[in-house]
Design a protein around this ligand. Structure first.
Ligand code: URA
Length: 196
């Protein structure tokens, strides 16, 4: 299994290098039918530096999330939709994060499907709108889907992949929108109960 995933990532890294100069940050964790696969938006600066998803501040938020549902990081698989850091130069001349653009999403989503098809997680938790839209399309918004399990089918090159999906708000969104905390915690409680 791990060999197949490594081969997939090798291919993805080669294809990405034809288009993007940024370092690719692949997923990590339990690769064979984990209870959960957590999917974020894209790596940030710290992730790019360390070559791992959700480290640094985002990692701290994720650890809190996992603690609240009594799951250890090493018992699940963690990845991102877009696997390079989307960045731009700010007015002050610094390299800062930006949301992934349509071209980056279109490039990486098929690789995400291949990753999911290989790992076969028992459930997928998406964090935020970008990860939700990767499975349900751009019209899907987190406000309509968060906090429940959805059985969905994804058509990947004519092959139907069955997915159990539990969308959550992105933990980083909670920092900017304190009003979401109550909803977010309620969603986590529902998720925790469903995993017992
Ligand atoms: N770090 C990640 O790896 N993904 C996110 O979505 C945010 C921070």
């Amino acid at each position: 299994m791990i060999e197949k995933l490594d081969a997939l990532y090798k291919q993805m890294i080669e294809k990405s290098a034809e288009k993007y100069s940024n370092k690719v940050v692949v997923g990590e964790g339990l690769v064979d039918k984990p209870k959960l696969m957590l999917i974020g938006e894209a790596p940030g600066a710290q992730e790019e530096r360390e070559g791992k998803p959700f480290v640094g501040k985002a990692g701290k938020n994720l650890t809190e999330l996992l603690n609240s549902i009594s799951i250890r990081r090493e018992d699940i698989f963690i990845s991102n939709v877009v696997k390079i850091r989307p960045s731009k130069v700010s007015k002050a001349g610094n390299i800062v994060n930006r949301p992934p653009n349509n071209e980056e999403k279109a490039f990486f989503i098929p690789w995400l499907y291949r990753e999911v098809r290989l790992i076969k997680p028992q459930g997928i938790v998406t964090l935020g709108n970008v990860a939700l839209s990767a499975f349900l399309g751009n019209a899907a918004t987190i406000g309509d889907f968060h906090g429940k399990w959805h059985n969905i089918k994804v058509n990947f090159n004519g092959e139907i992949i069955d997915i159990r999906l539990f969308p959550l708000y992105h933990p980083a969104a909670i920092i900017y929108n304190r009003a979401l905390i109550y909803t977010y915690n309620e969603d986590l409680a529902v998720l925790a109960k469903s995993l017992q």
